[in-house]
Design a binder for this molecule. Structure first.
Ligand code: SAM
Length: 218
């Protein structure tokens, strides 16, 4: 499992190359965001957990939403702040109590592997409870998480990011350029649905070989 310091160290060390090496291509990002935008009410207050370099921001802002970013990595947030339209950004650990008042967001997002580095398995349910607390009634939580098949798919691609399986649902991802590494957990759909269902109602789940897209509502 991954501590806050391990996550910070890894993402700080790759921040300068994240958009080129780790992020999906622009067209794929557009397609992913299109399905998320259909879930959001007009002029939503959106919390983007693991906002990273802010790749998703322009599409959310163009659609008229207000976005707050949260991330554990100062270097990722520093790149996010260089965007032409920076948003309020909070340096915090998403697996800890979220530093926001109850019911202050209409939507919470956690995209592209942000939730793959929990400190312990029970943290998924704790996060769901915290998301439920900061969402208004009827508010939406949309998440993209890698499934176990992601490990082989990502290993097959030649690149600077090298995942190796170390267990049924576990991998170590090593960055070849910096030698930094981080553990990743890749839970099956049922694990996520159970963790969310204590605090939220799952309303959509789409699975590809490598990734799960889930929508849950408060
Ligand atoms: C794979 S990147 C995704 C970034 C962005 N959402 C995107 O789609 O490009 C994961 C992000 O989550 C952040 N992160 C990882 N663990 C975290 C934690 N415990 N608390 C807050 N942010 C975390 C990382 O710093 C990184 O910016």
């Amino acid at each position: 499992m991954t501590t806050r310091d391990e996550a910070r160290r890894f993402f700080d060390s790759i921040a300068g190359r994240y958009d080129r090496v780790y992020a999906p291509p622009r067209e794929e990002t557009r397609a992913r965001m299109a399905r998320i935008l259909t879930e959001l009410a007009p002029r939503s207050r959106v919390l983007d957990l693991g906002v990273g370099t802010g790749r998703e921001l322009s599409l959310l802002l163009d659609a008229g939403h207000d976005v707050t970013g949260l991330d554990v990595s100062p270097a990722m947030l520093e790149r996010c702040a260089r965007r032409s339209r920076p948003v309020p950004a909070v340096l915090a650990d998403l697996w800890e109590p979220l530093p926001f008042e109850a019911q202050c967001f209409d939507a919470v997002l956690a995209l592209h592997g942000t939730l793959a580095h929990p400190p312990r398995a029970e943290a998924l349910a704790t996060l769901a409870a915290e998301v439920g607390r900061v969402l208004v009634p009827g508010g939406v939580f949309a998440l993209e998480v890698p499934l176990p098949g992601w490990i082989e798919a990502a290993s097959a691609k030649r690149g600077e990011r090298r995942p190796s399986r170390i267990g049924n649902a576990r991998a170590v991802v090593t960055d070849d350029a910096t030698a930094a590494s981080i553990e990743a957990w890749l839970f099956e759909r049922g694990v996520w649905e159970e963790a969310l269902s204590g605090s939220l109602r799952v309303t959509d789940a789409r699975e590809t070989a490598n990734e799960l897209f889930l929508v849950a509502r408060r």
